[in-house]
Design a protein around this ligand. Structure first.
Ligand SMILES: Cc1cc2nc3c(=O)[nH]c(=O)nc-3n(C[C@H](O)[C@H](O)[C@H](O)COP(=O)(O)OP(=O)(O)OC[C@H]3O[C@@H](n4cnc5c(N)ncnc54)[C@H](O)[C@@H]3O)c2cc1C
Length: 394
């Protein structure tokens, strides 16, 4: 029943990917975004094969790959000596095994490429300055209301409005945001500021007591991305754009490896951002008869598996297929939820487990944890081998 009209709240990566899949399937779609302009922050984002399948399907995979770095490997190191604890191949091996690449992209590039593609499919699809406040639904339509006093009607509403989702709060009841105890620094450094041959093109996790760091190259190796997740007793703002003093960043990583010192020392002192990481309980109810949620609105996660946006993108593809498979909208939304809840919950749980693993107190504990992890480990195979375009929906 592609004569359904779909309205989406939120033009983040999840909302845009869902819009692309739905437009491609023949639905009429409109997206309502609160911001006055489209965009994303200047940080890195990893896109594994499970999400790249959808981006390839939307015709943007090659452009994203051209503007990304394909890391040779996933590497786990000790925070101070840099000792290699574990390594598994990405690059050609990931492509061969999972039939799509593993990319390290710039968030703004990924968002812009996706937004351009969706706007090409339907010019005028994104409506800016539209902050959704609530919705009302009846037997034959759903209406989304905005803080400027206007509203929009459709057959189905998708809440892709992120961690602070108002659509989720209305569907599932307001869920408390609980501070995880961790804050994530983010900085980027242009290649020309770094020493020649600085760090190979791998995805590195540096593990230490009470904190860990992730570092990798972006944009064909033009930019280096550093995220430092630090146990921080006092909660601050849950925001990508909250700036903190460089001196605090430097102090958080005292005693860490010289490569980490180089990155921090060369950072622009006025461009050090810190995001306080909050958790929300996994939401049980995702849908009413005509409204549903996806991405962080449904299953916000710690970023310690680098899969939050990938899950949002997968959600959009599965939602589109579920609507195509079931004529009854309420049944389609149930089908979507049934097929997404287990996988997305596993990502949340694994990310929580990684917090413990990456922040262990001693080298021995880390070595032991990796040895036992590797015994039955499939190198995230369960995660990357999933294809949301072909997985059977039941
Ligand atoms: C430090 C860090 C590193 C990460 N790294 C990765 C990674 O490597 N790989 C990965 O896959 N994920 C990563 N993530 C997770 C990823 O950023 C999120 O999971 C992803 O952005 C969620 O997408 P979304 O579309 O659901 O929500 P968002 O990106 O939050 O988009 C929501 C959109 O809705 C809009 N909006 C909000 N409220 C309203 C409203 N009331 N009305 C209208 N519009 C509204 C917002 O302005 C925004 O445009 C990371 C997260 C963090 C914090």
């Amino acid at each position: 029943m592609t004569d359904r009209k779909i309205i989406i709240a939120g033009a983040g990566l999840g909302g845009l990917a869902a819009a692309g899949c739905l437009l491609k399937a023949g639905y009429d779609v409109d997206i309502y975004e609160q911001a006055p302009q489209l965009g994303e922050v200047g940080a890195g984002i990893q896109m594994s094969a499970n999400a790249m399948h959808v981006l390839n399907y939307l015709g943007v995979g090659d452009e994203i790959s051209e503007r990304s770095v394909r890391p040779a490997a996933y590497v786990f190191r000790l925070h101070d000596t840099g000792e290699l604890i574990d390594r598994f191949a990405l690059s050609d091996e990931h492509l061969k095994m999972h039939k799509a690449p593993y990319n390290q992209a710039h968030r703004a590039d990924l968002h812009q490429i996706l937004a351009n593609a969706v706007q090409k499919m339907k010019p005028g699809v994104v409506h800016l300055n539209k902050r959704a406040t609530h919705f009302e639904e009846s037997t034959d339509h759903v209406e989304l209301f905005f803080d400027d006093g206007t509203s929009a009607k459709g057959d189905v509403l998708v809440g892709a409005d992120g961690v602070k989702s108002v659509i989720r709060d209305q569907i599932a009841g307001a869920v408390p945001a609980v501070y995880t105890g961790d804050s994530a620094w983010r900085i980027t450094i242009p290649k020309d500021k770094l020493p020649p041959d600085f760090m190979e093109e791998v995805m590195s996790v540096w593990m230490g007591p009470g904190k860990h760091a992730v570092s990798y190259w972006l944009r064909n190796g033009e930019l280096f991305n550093f995220v430092g997740a630090v146990e921080t007793p006092v909660a601050s703002e849950e925001s990508w754009t909250a700036k903190f003093p460089w001196e605090d960043l430097k102090a958080d990583f005292v005693g860490w490896h010289e490569d980490i010192q180089t990155v921090i020392d060369l950072a622009d002192h006025d461009q050090c951002f810190r995001w306080a990481l909050y958790k929300r309980p996994v939401v049980d109810t995702w849908s009413t008869a005509r409204a549903t949620i996806l991405g962080d609105a449904a299953h916000a996660t710690l970023p310690y598996l680098a899969q939050g946006a990938a899950m949002a993108i997968e959600d959009g593809a599965v939602l589109s297929r579920a609507l195509g498979q079931e004529d009854d909208t309420a049944e389609a939304l149930k089908l979507y939820h049934r097929n997404r809840v287990e996988r997305t919950s596993r990502v949340v749980e694994t990310s929580d487990a990684n917090r413990k693993l990456f922040h262990l107190d001693s080298v021995d504990e880390i070595r032991k944890a990796f040895a036992s992890r590797n015994e039955g480990d499939d190198r995230n195979g369960w995660l990357y081998s999933y294809n949301p375009l072909t997985v059977e929906l039941a």
